[in-house]
Design a protein around this ligand. Structure first.
Ligand code: NAP
Length: 299
């Protein structure tokens, strides 16, 4: 339980509601900042304005998946007020407090470092990334269906990158009856992809393996689907780039060449916000409970 643990939520979206639900069930003392337009109520949660005082006794600060932007602005779909995490806010946080976000831009990283406050980037964790790969793959299936006029079954799918997302994607499309080629850069990944029944190749040879692709999914967060790769694709093929912005595709060249290419960030939050929220809720509640137990709180 989280009895006696103070948690402040600042901004967020439908995913955040799942985390609030979980932490209130665990009896945390929850303060909601930037939820003034929210109709739903949570027993035990109170609303507050974003002031420095609101940070005074807080053990954990929960930010939305993107954390803050480069100026400290926090997105909140349940408020029309501007939310900004300032230097003065962090200065009021107790030193044992932790800031949780899906990911952190340099602004948030340097603010936490300056005040010696621990920052937890939840999407960096293997467990969160692997659980998240499930709604991501389902979103990828949705996009593939929406943007092609052929069945996935019998199609040729190239998955570039064989990490936490790439592996789930490859298996999902294989399960739907596609012929799946997987681009890897490590020999052990090559062997694993072979063992799993995919057709592996080294990403250095990407250009030589895209000719038959109906759909190419990229999960490598750096420019890898270059103009040369795109030029080797069939014009009717589609590129769905899942890597974090700006993706790993030369979108300008794809457009010039007439190959449809789309960047598709944030699929878990779009196709399955409840599940995406529960994934984060389950991990974050565990982490806060561990910290709380170390401080001798909770029962
Ligand atoms: P990951 O586990 O680190 O996998 C990335 C893969 O890319 C690894 O196989 C890595 O190879 C490979 N790679 C990295 N740089 C490369 C390069 N220069 N050349 C060749 N291969 C390279 O990451 P992940 O969790 O799968 O996430 C992948 C991307 O998808 C990230 O940008 C993430 O933010 C994004 N993502 C998007 C969504 C969405 O909804 N669109 C959802 C989840 C994640 P090694 O193993 O050899 O390092």
């Amino acid at each position: 339980m989280l009895t006696g643990t103070q948690v402040a939520f600042i901004g967020g979206d439908a995913r955040t509601l799942e985390i609030i639900q979980r932490l209130t069930e665990l009896d945390a003392t929850v303060t909601l900042i930037g939820f003034d337009n929210l109709k739903q109520t949570f027993s035990g949660a109170t609303h507050a304005e974003l002031t420095e005082e609101a940070f005074a006794d807080v053990d954990a600060v929960l930010l939305p998946v993107v954390g803050t932007d480069d100026e400290g602005k926090i997105d909140g779909v349940f408020t029309s007020k501007e939310l900004r995490l300032t230097d003065a806010c962090l200065a009021r946080l107790p030193k044992h407090a932790k800031v949780y976000a899906g990911m952190a831009k340099p602004y948030l990283k340097s603010l936490c470092a300056k005040h010696d406050i621990a920052l937890v980037e939840l999407l960096e964790r293997d467990d969160v990334a692997i659980y998240n790969s499930i709604p991501t793959a389902e979103g990828a299936v949705l996009l593939a269906i929406q943007h092609t006029d052929i069945t996935i079954h019998g199609s040729t799918v190239v998955v570039v990158g064989f990490g936490r997302t790439g592996m789930t994607l490859a298996r999902t499309f294989q399960g739907l009856g596609a012929k799946v080629l997987v681009g890897v850069r490590k020999d052990d990944h090559f062997a694993r992809a072979f063992e799993m029944g995919f057709q592996p190749f080294h990403t250095a040879q990407l250009q030589q393996h895209v000719g038959a692709a109906d759909i190419l999914f990229n999960t490598v967060p750096s420019l890898i689907v270059t103009s040369k790769v795109i030029a080797a694709m069939q014009p009717r093929a589609i590129i769905i780039d899942l890597a974090s912005k700006p993706g790993g595709t030369d979108f300008r060249f794809a457009e010039r060449r007439g190959v449809k290419a789309l960047l598709a960030p944030g699929l878990p939050g779009i196709v399955a916000p409840k599940t995406a929220g529960r994934i984060i809720a389950s991990v974050v509640s565990q982490l806060i409970m561990e910290d709380s137990a170390k401080r001798g709180n909770g029962v």
